[in-house]
Design a protein around this ligand. Sequence first.
Ligand code: SAH
Length: 248
Amino acid sequence: MGKVYLTGAGPGDIDLLTVKALRVVREADVIIYDRLANPDILKEAKPGCEFVYVGKEDGRHTLPQDQINEVIYKKAMENESVVRLKGGDPLVFGRGGEEAKYLRERGVEFEFIPGVTSAISVPAYAGIPVTHRGVAVSFKVVTGHETPNKKHSQVDWESMRADETIIFLMGLHNLRNIAENLVKVGRPKDTPCAVISKGTTPDQKSVTGTLENIYEKVKDAQIQTPALIVVGKVVELKKDLEWIEESK
Ligand code: SAH
């Protein structure tokens, strides 16, 4: 029986892969990877390494999670070193915890290899610090996948009235609802926000606006997934801190 490395691939820029992740990728017998993991990472694998794609798009699974769990488990029974490569960090909306639990229950050894999460690094590549002295003293990373008016939402919308930075992942399709809901719970309409698409890659593109106009602006700019939403005063720092020439 082999060992499984539940590994973060980082947000896109291959140079943001950790040294540890690169080491296990080079030693892997099998790499099971997601849509969001930069496929160039696979070029680092040794000859004969098997690649298994189990990509999913914004929560819509091409393979259901229980089948992914089973694939990882099976590969671990047949190989020494299995890398489960996931975009960003494996434990930030990455379901790495579920995969680990499945393996633990079956006696398979695993390691978590944290990755650079898009939640912080993508804003950074767009010139937005998630905290900044005197501007924001906390930040929150929230799923944007839940419809805000869903009856039994686990998302605490009321808490988002506070003047902190909020980063929504998987929220592009819900952008309008998200912006409207934040205003409803008491965030001013002119609260700055940004939507950043394909962050840290050569196709990075961002749109800035306010809760009131971000939806229209994003629609006009034809922003594509993956994209995240940053809400809060830190977005205003972008104009002074931008350091990457984005694609138009
Ligand atoms: N585990 C990942 C997040 C998985 S959820 C991490 O830690 O980064 C997938 C969501 O992450 C996408 O819907 C998008 O909101 C965000 N995301 C991931 N990579 C991104 C990128 N390069 N640019 C913008 N958003 C990204």
